[in-house]
Design a protein around this ligand. Structure first.
Ligand code: FES
Ligand code: FES
Length: 151
């Protein structure tokens, strides 16, 4: 085990992790942040997306030890039922949530895009969201939601 320090959703943590432990497992199992979903487990689907030091990252591909010292945002740090983030409101308004499994990753990717580029073009939205797969295939509504959030 090794000790690492993380700041997750503005809260500091000092925790012991296995040397080979994936960040997604640390977030879900040690910190109880189960909004981060595991789909493929191999960097293909984006369900496990979190924001690390301002970049969207597949947390299934990162070791917790590699994230030592970093600042992480998970979906729990974006908004909640009582106080949803504008991107979350837009997903609801556009009807962009079906089973919801991909939604946390989609919202984090969209949020990070809009934080950096508040008025993205359709192409920029498509490129930014291209690493997030939706097995319910509601892509038109997802892209519409990102556009609504940008308005
Ligand atoms: Fe990480 Fe699919 S679970 S990219
Ligand atoms: Fe079901 Fe996207 S809403 S996977």
């Amino acid at each position: 085990m090794i000790e690492i320090k993380l700041t997750v959703n503005d809260r500091p943590y000092t925790i012991n992790v296995e040397e080979t432990e994936r960040l997604i497992d640390t977030l879900r199992s040690r910190l109880g942040l189960v909004g981060t979903k595991e789909g493929c487990g191999e960097g293909e689907c984006g369900a496990c997306t979190v924001i690390i030091d301002g970049k969207t990252v597949n947390s299934c591909l990162v070791l917790a030890a590699q994230a030592n010292g970093s600042v992480i945002t998970t979906i729990e740090g974006v908004g909640n039922r009582r106080s949803p983030h504008p991107v979350q409101k837009a997903f609801v308004e556009a009807g962009a949530v079906q089973c919801g499994f991909c939604t946390p990753g989609m919202v984090l990717t969209a949020k990070n895009l809009l934080d950096k580029n508040p008025q993205p073009s359709d192409k920029e939205i498509r490129v930014a969201m291209s690493g997030n797969l939706c097995r319910c295939t509601g892509y038109d509504k997802i892209l519409r939601a990102v556009k609504i959030a940008a308005e």
